[in-house]
Design a protein around this ligand. Structure first.
Ligand code: 5AD
Ligand code: SF4
Length: 480
């Protein structure tokens, strides 16, 4: 049974909501990170303030991911640890509620509560705007499951003022413009957990971008499972492409940088490619997953393009913006992948030269076509292929980073650095950069000369400490 806290917040007596704490842990992709901020937004008017300390939480939300096996397993082991904490708090008469949100919630539904009765509430990625209502329902032993795809737009159910309060956390923010996927790659659960592709209307996105800018945000990352398939209703009643949307967002005062992820090669339109050479606010960075370099595997994955088509897209993008950082995702050990197929992936990587990449062992996802295949690749083979691919990618990443040494790049400073007197930020190529500099530069975009590389970041020095923010909007690329 859940008991009320023994020392209710004094505000409760004044009729205001009692001060409660919510701890949200997010797994997986950037869209989940964005969803976590939206959950905090929707809970703020209910009297929930976010906490980074799980021990003081009245409500714990695990915002889960099930794109690969281990992600779901991690959630179950985390729930085990939470159970100990909750029991210890219950012994002191303090209640703690536990919710599982995100894609594991969507895929497993009530199964989560069967496997881990500690969980009070299971809420899918399309239903989290209903959290306040779900939390107000009486607590039952059976728990509450909401994995509907409601007809109403969840984005319309967010309180404005609190959104700013909770989101004004930094100078770079996520903004979901598109959600869901109709591509049905044979390995992937996303079309089942996130549902069909939906683009938000331009006007709503612009309003959110303006709010973010007003809260001090300088850089937005436009999110979507297939972000470059964006086709939202424009201000003129037409369907707008992502490129058109980006040109419009670039007009929002204060926003100096625009990024987008994740893209599909099939939707890499010519206008989007051209934009990279034309719009200074479009950062020279493209995350374009290819998954594999063998046409046979690409076909079996239902990727709907060949390796040569991918090469051609990258060539066009580089013609438009020669310095662009290209990154990708890879899956090794897809069912039926032979040594020759894997070699084709290695050859593609060698040819393209990536600034960074994520690579994964294929993981069987129940309900997806590839999981049914009998020709699964042995774990040892997957391990060896992953190690070879990751070594090659690391080499390329190091080479890309080394290539910026001696150059001047624009850095958006976001936080104090690791050591006192240092500040840290991001280059246009999404590299972490640290310099010796005053904290007053945090929130500004400043040209920095790169002097060296460390394992996960670049070291640099301020070249013109007098240059700030809007002035430095011109410096969006390497200028020396
Ligand atoms: N196994 C391994 N990796 C996967 N990904 C998606 N589904 C699977 C799977 N079943 C990877 C893809 C995708 C990234 C987000 O996760 O590379 O681009
Ligand atoms: Fe999954 Fe393929 Fe859709 Fe990406 S494009 S979300 S990999 S189904």
């Amino acid at each position: 049974m859940i008991r009320l806290p023994s020392n209710p917040d004094p505000k409760a007596d004044e009729g205001g909501p009692a001060e409660k704490r919510v701890f949200i842990k997010s797994y997986g992709c950037q869209m989940n990170a964005y969803d976590a901020t939206r959950m905090a937004d929707v809970l703020a008017p209910e009297g929930y303030a976010e906490t980074a300390d799980i021990a003081e939480a009245d409500l714990v939300i695990l915002n889960t991911c099930n794109i690969r096996e281990k992600a779901a397993e991690k959630v179950y082991s985390e729930l085990g640890r939470i159970r100990e904490l909750r029991d210890a708090k219950a012994a002191e008469g303090i209640a703690m509620r536990v919710a599982v949100a995100g894609c594991v919630a969507q895929a497993e539904g009530a199964e989560i509560i069967r496997r881990e009765p500690l969980v009070d509430l299971v809420v899918g990625p399309q239903a989290y705007h209903r959290l306040p209502e779900l939390l107000r329902r009486p607590v039952t032993r059976k728990g509450i499951v909401d994995t509907e795809f409601p007809a109403e737009d969840k984005f319309d159910h967010l309180p404005l003022a609190s959104r700013l309060k909770t989101r004004a956390r930094g100078f770079s923010a996520f903004l979901t413009v598109q959600e869901g996927c109709d591509k049905f790659c044979t390995f992937c659960v996303v079309p089942y957990t996130r549902g069909a592709e939906v683009s938000r209307p331009v006007a709503k996105i612009i309003r959110e971008a303006e709010e973010l800018a007003a809260a001090g945000v300088r850089e937005v990352m436009l999110l979507g499972q297939n972000v470059n398939a964006y086709h939202g209703l424009g201000e003129d009643g037409e369907a707008w492409t992502l490129a058109r949307l980006m040109r419009r967002i670039a007009q929002v005062p204060g926003l100096a940088r625009i990024r987008y992820a994740t893209s599909h090669p099939r939707d890499m339109g010519d206008d989007l490619i051209a934009l990279h050479g034309e719009l200074p606010e479009a950062m020279p960075y493209l995350h374009l997953p290819v998954q594999a370099g063998s046409d046979r595997v690409l076909k079996a994955m239902n990727r709907k393009h060949t390796a040569d088509e991918y090469r051609a897209i990258i060539a066009k993008v580089r013609a438009a913006r020669p310095d662009i950082a290209v990154t990708s995702d890879f899956i090794v050990g897809f069912p039926g992948e032979s040594d020759a197929d894997f070699e084709a992936t290695m050859a593609l990587v060698r040819e393209i030269g990536f600034a960074a990449a994520y690579s994964f062992k294929y993981s069987e996802r129940p309900g997806t076509p590839a999981a049914e295949r009998k020709d699964q690749v042995p774990e040892t083979v997957k391990t060896a292929r992953l190690a070879a691919l990751q070594a090659l990618i690391l080499e390329q990443q190091t080479a890309f980073n080394a290539g910026t040494i001696g150059k001047v790049v624009d850095v958006l400073f976001e936080k104090p650095g690791r050591n006192p007197g240092q500040i840290g930020g991001k280059s246009p190529y999404l590299q972490a950069v640290h310099v010796e500099g005053p904290a007053s530069l945090i929130g500004h975009i400043v040209p920095v000369k790169i002097t060296g590389i460390a394992s996960n970041s670049l070291a640099g020095m301020l070249v013109r400490p007098d240059i700030r923010s809007s002035e430095s909007k011109r410096f969006n690329s390497i200028v020396a």
